[in-house]
Design a protein around this ligand. Sequence first.
Ligand SMILES: [Ca+2]
Ligand SMILES: [Ca+2]
Ligand SMILES: [Ca+2]
Ligand SMILES: [Ca+2]
Length: 272
Amino acid sequence: MDPLGNGIIDPGEECDDGNVEAGDGCDTQGMIEAGWDCPQPNSPCLHVSGFTAGAATSGGAVGSTGGSSYSVACGAGQVLVGVRVYDASGCSCATVSTQVGSLVPICAEVSVDLAGNFTWAAPTSDLAEIGGALGQGAQLGELTCSNDRYLIGVRGRVNNDPMAYGEVESIRLRCARFTFATHPMGGSIARSAANSTGDLGADTPDVNAICGGDALAVGLDGYEGALVDQVDVQCAQLTPTYCGDGNVGVHESCDDGNAVAGDGCDTLCQSE
Ligand SMILES: [Ca+2]
Ligand SMILES: [Ca+2]
Ligand SMILES: [Ca+2]
Ligand SMILES: [Ca+2]
């Protein structure tokens, strides 16, 4: 009997979904296709439909404690992809003319295409502004990771001028690409090396707060006084959600127990 498509994972096969058709997660040679997982032999494969973020832990901080603490987190199914930064309006507390007076975190929904590539669409939410009364100056600009990358940390310079309190003086984003490996449960998610966006604020960045492992940023904690005193990056590991497992995950509008299109619920578990 031909080992291909016999429902048993034979030597040289990564999967066997009981057929020799491609495009359903297990190809004509018994190899798992990009964006899919095939946890059960002789059963349909499951398509990765998105990701959920686990519990957040600190990736480190830029700046000093002081003022009041804040904590902002992206909503379910969302992660941080950027920040909007405002200058310190009317601040005579430092000798520098430009520093991070306030910032607004920007979140977007994690999505995955049919080939298993991570992308994000237009940001879907603005969270509360971080920073005090002096923070509502001119908009210095908006930094976002490119839409095939996600925020994994920030890099900034702390204001060490004699009359200052160690506020965040400048900020840049650290971004990385995430990919879903084409191997069964456990191969999961890999992260590329970080690249940087440009700087908003004064002087040269020199302090890193960055997520470790394959984690990415889902929120910001820290302290705010008249200015942004500290930014603490909150990080979380991603866990894939699957279309075809019968559970309607956070990125799915339906799950009819298969990852087949044409029956009202498509391959990424979106209603048709
Ligand atoms: Ca086989
Ligand atoms: Ca197949
Ligand atoms: Ca599902
Ligand atoms: Ca379906």
